[in-house]
Design a protein around this ligand. Structure first.
Ligand SMILES: [Zn+2]
Ligand SMILES: [Zn+2]
Length: 464
């Protein structure tokens, strides 16, 4: 078996591993490297759509391989159409550093992942504002169609014949799937978003275990423990092992985070805001339970409302159990009494319209009337809504990771200016999505692979 690391070595994320065995070629994850992308791109300096593949190859963000990339992009770049060379892509979870560059892949490569992973990818495609998010379907790019006036129009997603579903194979626990000369098995693990898994790749030559991202301190820690047992039983020849926090000894647990959030809410004499990653379902559950423990109601954003509905049985509460905050957008007609419904609707994207007339939809006026009744989910890019809410005696609970680059540092500083302006006190409560170094070392000892390959870490030397 040949394992080629095309991203995710000596860095956290950007995971892209090519596994070749006999005539079989599969990819494990196809993520974006934040550190490498951050060297060349920023919010206002984005890859050029028309030549994104060669540009990203040139900048070492994508591997230079034949038969891997979308023909619609290649044709436009003057490269001839290629034949598919790869048998499958296995995605461990839907974080961008593992799945984002799926956009550039051919739309006939089978994709193996869990159901929640597909749901989140779907959410990213539908509600994420990104030029590069053809994750579930692809829109044939750089095509023209003859419009009703007989002229040329660029093809958009409304022309169904140019939209193609990617071939997804949803993997289930305790089942093996044959991909030509290899067999694969998915093992669910605990991580900071639902649907995360590890994989075992079985071959006549020896087995490979790939951890994906994992931890032992979330609400699904039993899954990771179960994974370790199965990985050990597979007697792996190779272990691709994540080491994000290899240099850290301890972990704060998700249960502790819930307690801390609950305590901070209790201290609030007015509204409580919580800043948290919305795709981290464990955290969403923590905030929801901390809210209930304080006899308040949880108010979610439109995006979180979409996710709660999309995740169905994976989310332990229903959308009717929370309130949905409808923000003022463009013309801000939502709060104008007597405004024409059609006019109000024009302010919102299509996917947002399902929520604005729901019984549990509220606006800032309700938050002003009953501040002690609510806990509001809000991220730093929605903080301008404070101008409508004008909160008094509010608290802001930051429940996400600390900034790890200059850009995030600046965003955080800007947010703190908003909080200072409204005299909002800030608290912090967070647990990482990754196991501690101590836990990783114990896990490796237990699995006992013949060969250990450290990945997703800036300190591979600490694995010695
Ligand atoms: Zn990762
Ligand atoms: Zn992750």
């Amino acid at each position: 078996m040949k394992i080629t690391i095309l991203g995710g070595k000596n860095e956290i994320g950007g995971n892209k591993f090519l596994v070749e065995y006999k005539s079989t070629k599969i990819f494990l994850d196809f993520g974006m490297s934040f550190s490498q992308a951050g060297k060349f791109f920023s919010e206002f300096l984005q890859p050029r759509k028309c030549s994104s593949i060669p540009d990203l190859i040139e900048l070492n963000l994508l591997p230079d391989l034949k038969g891997l990339y979308r023909n619609d992009y290649l044709k436009h770049m003057g490269r001839t159409e290629e034949k598919r060379e790869f048998d499958a892509l296995l995605i461990t979870h839907a974080h961008a550093d593992h799945a984002q560059y799926l956009h550039f892949l051919r739309n006939d490569i089978p994709i193996y992942c869990t159901k929640p992973t597909k749901i989140i990818l779907q959410a990213l495609e539908e509600i994420g504002a990104n030029t590069f998010s053809d994750l579930i379907t692809t829109l044939e790019t750089f095509q023209f169609r003859i419009n009703s006036k007989g002229g040329l129009s660029r093809v958009t997603r409304t022309s169904a014949e140019y939209v193609k579903e990617r071939p997804f194979q949803l993997v289930e626990n305790n089942k093996r799937y044959k991909i030509k000369d290899l067999e694969i098995e998915m093992l669910p693990v605990d991580h900071s978003l639902p649907g995360a898994c590890a994989f075992i790749i079985y071959s006549d030559e020896g087995n490979l275990v790939y951890t994906g991202d994992l931890r032992f301190h979330g609400y699904n820690s039993n899954l990771t423990l179960e994974f370790v047992k199965k990985a050990k039983a597979a007697k792996p020849k190779w272990l691709l092992c994540e080491g994000t926090r290899i240099d850290q000894e301890t972990s704060v647990s998700e249960a502790e985070v819930k307690e801390q959030i609950s305590k901070f809410i209790k201290e609030a004499k007015g509204l409580a805001f919580v800043e948290h990653p919305i795709r981290d379902l464990d955290r969403v559950i923590s905030v929801y339970n901390a809210t209930k423990a304080n006899k308040r109601e949880f108010v979610v954003t439109l995006k979180l409302a979409y996710l709660i509905e999309a995740l169905q049985e994976y989310c332990p509460f229903k959308l009717d159990d929370v309130k949905i905050l409808i923000p003022k957008k463009s013309w801000g007609l939502i709060c104008n009494e007597g405004a024409d419904c059609k006019q109000v609707e024009q302010d919102y994207d299509k996917w947002e319209l399902t929520y604005i007339n729901r019984k549990n939809a509220i606006t800032y006026t309700e938050l002003q009337k009953n501040p002690r009744k609510y806990v509001v989910s809000m991220n730093m890019f929605e903080v301008n809504q404070l101008l409508d809410i004008k909160p008094k005696d509010a608290v802001w609970i930051k429940s996400s990771c600390e900034p790890f680059c200059d850009e995030m540092e600046l965003d955080d500083e800007r947010k703190r200016n908003w909080l200072a302006h409204f005299k909002i006190k800030e608290y912090f409560a967070h647990a990482s999505g990754h196991a501690s170094g101590k836990e990783i070392k114990a896990m490796i000892k237990e699995i006992a692979p013949q060969e250990l390959i450290p990945i997703h870490t800036q300190k591979p030397e600490m694995f010695k």
